[in-house]
Design a protein around this ligand. Structure first.
Ligand code: PLP
Length: 386
């Protein structure tokens, strides 16, 4: 997975990530205390959820403690039986298979596209069996997967589609916001993402038939959400669930970030453009590539990644930068080759997944990253590829 996060130790060191207060985060946390309500499902939670319901046009947005929580809720809502199969890319984060394994389902790992870690739609159909129940897509680096053929396949076979939007806030597929297309989608506000709250996440429910059950599972299997709306006179245990809801402290922090989303996004996108321009010469010479950007997708400044020609070159570049106090990192390791899963895996080799694990490098990117720092990173990358 990620290299261990390295703290910026000198002012010359360029961190890989650095969380930044951008607006009223502290003021809103103080307000939550002043209202005497810091547990979940209060006013700040409600304001964040309304923001997302408007942004995505989803039927219900529910703030959670993490994207992992939202994926676990999605797995519960998918109503899986022991041995059901769930399709997902292998170039991914363990939270995705874990959510389904916890329900007794089996992850079925699919290869990535050649020039982008997104699940390769052309390889999808051959993995489907009568036990397939769900498809999880990850819009890697905020670049959309090709959703129309995925949704059509899912419709024909009666499968549920879950979008992992941890990278994908404020990004689009053919003009539609990512997170609004599958029946369910999961977002992350972990400090390494575009919009942050320390730990934090959200489940977006697009399928109206899943809204009521999602609210119940969110509140420990009780109908407390209906109770707080005044729809029932007392709340009781009505289904299975867990404590997925985020505290008002998290929601207060998040709301302040959401209010500054435009400035966060424009800064991140400007940083990416500066990298892309500064490195365009080396890219044109074929020293590395950028992730492919299909015409149906948009870029949201989530990540600036290079695809190197070999593992040796990629590792050399990371070391070269690290020796100059610049923290660049690789990303996922293939889940099908992981210590937990390798002995359970009997599927095909997944060459694109392995290649991304060996050749992809992410450059520093965060809200407060200065143009001077970006230019220093560009200069050092260029020096490594003379
Ligand atoms: C970060 C990330 C997650 C996990 O998010 P948490 O909020 O830390 O649980 C899941 N999927 C992807 C693609 C991620 O990048």
């Amino acid at each position: 997975m990620n290299t261990r996060p390295i703290k910026a130790e000198s002012k010359h060191e360029i961190a890989f990530n650095h969380p930044t207060i951008v607006g009223k985060e502290m003021e809103y946390i103080r307000q939550a205390f002043a209202k005497g309500k810091i547990s979940g499902n209060g006013e700040f939670t409600w304001r964040c959820q309304v923001f997302f319901e408007r942004m995505l046009g989803c039927k219900r947005a529910l703030l959670t403690n993490s994207c992992t929580d939202a994926l676990e809720m999605a797995a519960l809502l998918a109503n899986l039986q022991q041995g059901d199969e769930v399709i997902m890319p292998s170039y991914a984060f363990p939270s995705i298979p874990n959510a389904f394994i916890l329900r007794g389902a089996v992850p079925v790992f699919v290869d990535s596209e050649a020039r982008n870690p997104n699940l390769d739609v052309a390889r999808l159909e051959r993995h489907l069996t009568p036990r397939t129940k769900a498809i999880v897509v990850i819009h890697y680096a905020g670049v959309a997967c090709d959703m129309d053929p995925i949704m059509e396949l899912a419709r024909q076979r009666g499968l549920i589609v879950i979008e992992d939007c941890a990278h994908a806030i404020d990004s689009f597929y053919k003009g539609r916001p990512l997170g609004s297309i599958g029946q369910l989608s999961a977002f992350s506000f972990h400090e390494t993402k575009n919009i942050i709250s320390g730990e934090g996440g959200m489940l977006a429910v697009n399928d109206p038939s899943l809204v009521e059950r999602a609210e119940i599972m969110w509140e420990k299997g009780t109908n407390r959400v209906a109770f707080s709306r005044g729809a029932v006179s007392k709340y009781n245990w009505v289904d299975i669930g867990a404590s997925y809801l985020a505290s008002e402290i998290t929601a207060a922090f998040l709301l302040a970030q959401l209010e500054e989303m435009d400035s966060i996004q424009s800064r991140r996108k400007a940083a990416c453009s500066r990298y892309a321009e500064g490195l365009s010469h080396e890219r044109a010479e074929g020293k590395f590539d950028y992730l492919s950007m299909p015409g149906y997708a948009t870029y949201n400044g989530n990540m600036f990644a290079l695809l190197c020609r070999s593992r040796a070159e990629r590792d050399g570049l990371i070391s070269h930068l690290c020796e100059r106090s610049i923290n660049a990192t690789f990303h996922y390791l293939p889940l099908h080759e992981s210590p937990y899963f390798a002995s359970k895996y009997s599927g095909p080799v997944l060459p694109n997944c392995v290649r991304h694990a060996e050749c992809l490098v992410r450059l520093p990117l965060y809200f407060s990253l200065t143009e001077e720092a970006i230019d220093r990173v560009i200069a050092e990358v260029r020096k490594f590829f003379p």
